[in-house]
Design a protein around this ligand. Sequence first.
Ligand code: ADP
Ligand code: ASP
Ligand code: MG
Length: 586
Amino acid sequence: MALVVQKFGGTSVADAAKIKAAAGKAITRHAAGDKVVVVVSAMGHQTDILVDLAKQISDRPSAREMDMLLSTGEQVSVALFAMAIQSLGHKAVSLTGAQIGIRTDSTHTKARIKSISTDHVRALLDDGAIVIAAGFQGIDQHGNITTLGRGGSDTTAVALAAVLGADVCEIYTDVDGVYTTDPRVLPAARRLSSISYDEMLELASLGAGVMHSRSIEFAKKFGVRVMVRSSFKDAPGTMILSADQATPRPASGVALARDEARITLEAVPDQPGSSHAVFSRLAAAGIAVDMIVQNVGHEGRADISFTVPADDLAEALEVSGAVAAVLGATRVSHDPDLAKVSVVGVGMARAEGVAGRMFTALAREGINVRMITTSEIKISVLVDRASGPAAVQAVHRAFGLETDAVDGDADGTASRTVKSSPLDVVRRLEGMEDLAIEDCVLDSSQALITFTDLPDTPGVAADVFAEVGAAGLFVDMIVQSHPRDGRAELSFTVPAGDHDRAIAVAARIAAARGARVVEVPHVAKLSITGVGIRSHAGVADRLFKPLADEGINIDLVSTSEVRLNVVVAAEHGEKSLRVLRTAFGL
Ligand code: ADP
Ligand code: ASP
Ligand code: MG
């Protein structure tokens, strides 16, 4: 007998007929002898309708009352779902988040789960009932209803699967799985039969709306097997599982985040503590920054650029203006109309020329790359918002995702119960959704090459990495700063043993383009790995503070959902490792 959690999204329960059809799926499973918990979203666009209603009443409705209002959507659908099951002669009980005992913090409209009690649900399951749980909602310590953020029913489902030790969590939706990119943006997208937690985490947090990214944090932390499949047709779907069970590919998918904004603090005095000053204030305002780029700069001054969701721009600009004045930055510039295109793949770190391939594809379309950051499993570029879809198409094609991506279909049934072991750190967490830092390691084997004064024209990055790739150099981190006065800065790291060759290539490229090269033969790269690194505002702050306190300057940063890399001077490597391990409780 297996325990299965089935989640049905809004389109899957949009009307009475669809609710009955979904109920039929739960009954089939139950009749086969499995215990079944169903998590349901609000019907169709009900949540949007409620949000719109609130806006008609007030410009700034209170977050507590928003949660009170929005949670009603799921309360309607669970009751109807239970009735549908009962009308077919089976036992069903609907429960709200509070009735289940889903405890959250008090951050209304984006609350995080602290704990879930399983007693009530287990008793009902043991009694032979199908339990119908309201998605997206919980209750805080004061008894207030909270919601988990838009799309949060996925998180309810995976979190319930985690605490109940379910054999599988099935996500029924309007697509038949996870695709190489959003099939609504690019019809040529292909379904993946499986994808690793890390890849799905990156894709979801970089814009792939098919899964709430926090649900994948749960899945990874607690080793939950997640299956994404169609509500409307009997098709195989996509299994989300640990990396050792997924197929490593240089690229698994491409994500588009359409509404990004960039802020730059120009000519900030380049001294320890500047980054900390900026990012601690943003964290205090609850703003999660994404791409962070600090350039090498001139005359002791550097630019600090970062991106935020366009919705947070006004607030982020206010904070930036204030901190710029304190630090003595000359100006704060911004661009509200950008999109971020990311390619994600766990096999990327071992494949050569991945970055070059992406930049060349964009250059061929005449798309200018405004900023670049990479981590071991993703490359993100910032482009004009209008170029976003064309950029997705170009990159998707460049990685052969239209043809190669689909491998053999994984067996997604509950009978395959090989579960990955949950992260050890979970035991140390106070709340189930707390930031989980797994490790911090030092790599002292890299050299850093930086081009300054590179002309800002489409194709520069493509040309640089075509030459670097042709020379057989294996590039690790890549960061391109936001161009100012028509010139950009581009940094990358290579193994220190390749330093001399890298310098020769770089000098040639620089000479041909009127740029300059700055090189550091040995740098220290520190990598912090975990879950929730980007989605928890304040991680950057926690990273920058201890380094600033020790007077250590940061040369390069890159962030992703599962990893944060910083490059510092080689002589500060060991000390940085010590202070970071302490700061993150390792
Ligand atoms: P639900 O209401 O069931 O939660 P969502 O609308 O939240 O459904 O998610 C499904 C949608 O996600 C799809 O219709 C699709 O347009 C979008 N999507 C975005 N990126 C991807 C992707 N990589 N693979 C599949 N679907 C995606
Ligand atoms: N109904 C909520 C929303 O529309 C939660 C969900 O569907 O996952 O955001
Ligand atoms: Mg959804």
